[in-house]
Design a binder for this molecule. Structure first.
Ligand SMILES: [Zn+2]
Length: 95
């Protein structure tokens, strides 16, 4: 990093990765100017994000392809009940 005040190359004095981003701190040995730059997402944060993404993808896969379930035993098909009216009147019907 170049010093914004005098144009000299600055020394990196610190590197923080708080709040998931890497912040590099620089100090100009010549004029004492300090500065920092955002070095992007910290490695552990990127790892955390990718793990979360994998979890989400696994959940999506599980939802798309549910594990096979045992086929449910179908109850025996009952014949349709005969009409009560037909049953009552059949005795009086002549063939
Ligand atoms: Zn400087």
């Amino acid at each position: 990093m170049i010093c914004a005040k005098c144009g000299e190359p600055m020394d990196q004095t610190d590197k923080n990765s708080f709040s998931g981003r890497v912040i590099r701190e620089y100090l100009c040995r010549k004029c004492g100017h300090t500065d920092w730059e955002d070095d992007g997402v910290a490695l552990w944060q990127a790892l955390h994000d990718s793990l979360e993404k994998e979890d989400a993808e696994a959940a999506a896969r599980a939802a798309a392809n549910p594990p096979p379930t045992q086929p449910q035993a179908q109850p025996p098909v009952q014949p349709p009940p005969r009409s009560l009216w037909r049953r009552l009147t059949s005795a009086f019907r002549k063939p």
